[in-house]
Design a protein around this ligand. Sequence first.
Ligand SMILES: [Ca+2]
Length: 210
Amino acid sequence: MNKRMLMIVFALVLAFTVGSVVQANVLWNSSFEDVSAGVGPPALPLNYWYLADRGGTGMFSTDQAHTGDYSAKIVGGVPNSMKQDQGSRGGVKIALDPLATYSQSVWVYLTALADPILGTQIYFRAGWGLNGYDAGATYMVTEANKWVQVVDTRTFTGNTECSMWSVRAFSGNDAVYFDDAVLAPEPSSIVGLLTGGLGMLGFAIRRRKA
Ligand SMILES: [Ca+2]
């Protein structure tokens, strides 16, 4: 195998490695199937997830599940809100690239609509440090008693001291179920990274030849 072939193979392996690492969902226990003892404050025994200072109670539940056996059930709280964050209060740090474009989504099962016409508001938010928050994304779910997926694409603009990610439903005292939450870089971000990586590789090769 000549040097050029080796370089191409190396580039492909690099591309594949970077691609697989970057594409991963950065949320822990995103399908709520790991019901072992919770990491984080004992107030919310959802492994890797906890209530976001909004009251109410949170639990793993087999009442409803979008996939597997479990979902996260939140009753009460203003709003019904759960999150993962950087560990300042015992949570687990998630790896958020503050400049990347992310796809964020969650499946929601509402047991009632907060407003019979407008539906129930779902709100995503990412944050940096203790008080730095990105602009949130708001959606209205207009159907109850079925699983509905809420999807958003967003470029975060926070600083590098990330991170926390939360999802909320403004559903009052009606039970809300969440399942299969995803926070993952968009393919365009991956393409950007790959292009940059391959560009640097080309630059390195040219430098070697020069
Ligand atoms: Ca599940």
